[in-house]
Design a protein around this ligand. Sequence first.
Ligand SMILES: CC(C)(COP(=O)(O)OP(=O)(O)OC[C@H]1O[C@@H](n2cnc3c(N)ncnc32)[C@H](O)[C@@H]1OP(=O)(O)O)[C@@H](O)C(=O)NCCC(=O)NCCS
Length: 186
Amino acid sequence: MAADPAAAGRPWALLALDESTLPLVAEVERSTHDHPWGEGHFRDSIAAGYWCQLLVTPALPGDPEAWAGAPRLADGRLLLAYLVAMPGYCEAHLLNITTVPLHRRQGCARLLLEALQAWSLCQGAECLWLEVRAGNLGARALYERQGFRQVGLRRGYYPMDGAQREDAVIMSLPLVPAAAETEVGA
Ligand SMILES: CC(C)(COP(=O)(O)OP(=O)(O)OC[C@H]1O[C@@H](n2cnc3c(N)ncnc32)[C@H](O)[C@@H]1OP(=O)(O)O)[C@@H](O)C(=O)NCCC(=O)NCCS
């Protein structure tokens, strides 16, 4: 797959996360995160009306052999990535974005973030927010490339193995020109 599934002309679709796809997503989550969400987190997000979306694509002849064991929906489509976002008053908060390891650095997260921006604008959001582990340099690079900027730091926000904790970097992306960046205290 080229750098962007859309640019490569590969068909893709967004699909709402539901009970039928939740076990697959939870399995990917467990295998990719040190501190994964459980099925209950996803189920609560669906029940709360959060935007829970899967990025999927049909399997095509000529796909890499390595994709043979890649996560698939019951209809055979490949699960590329997923996100969960919480709508708020004039803002939206990205809670989870994950790309299946086999499909990383192929533009999947970028595509999902662009879809999130479009959805958030339709909801009347003026700004997007997220928190990311300070040590998650790949995710921070992704967000910066999408235009997010650091606006605060929460010290010791995330659990780590043992007694240590990790800082959260707070980032925001104004969606409309009037949405000025806000400094958030540590
Ligand atoms: C972070 C994550 C979502 C990125 O997903 P992805 O689909 O591989 O990202 P994309 O291919 O859309 O990357 C777009 C751009 O972001 C940047 N980027 C993404 N991952 C990066 C990495 N590991 N290192 C450096 N830059 C990275 C690059 O600029 C990349 O463009 P390029 O590939 O042309 O250089 C993915 O690595 C992941 O699921 N990680 C585990 C879960 C996680 O950390 N989620 C974020 C929690 S806040």
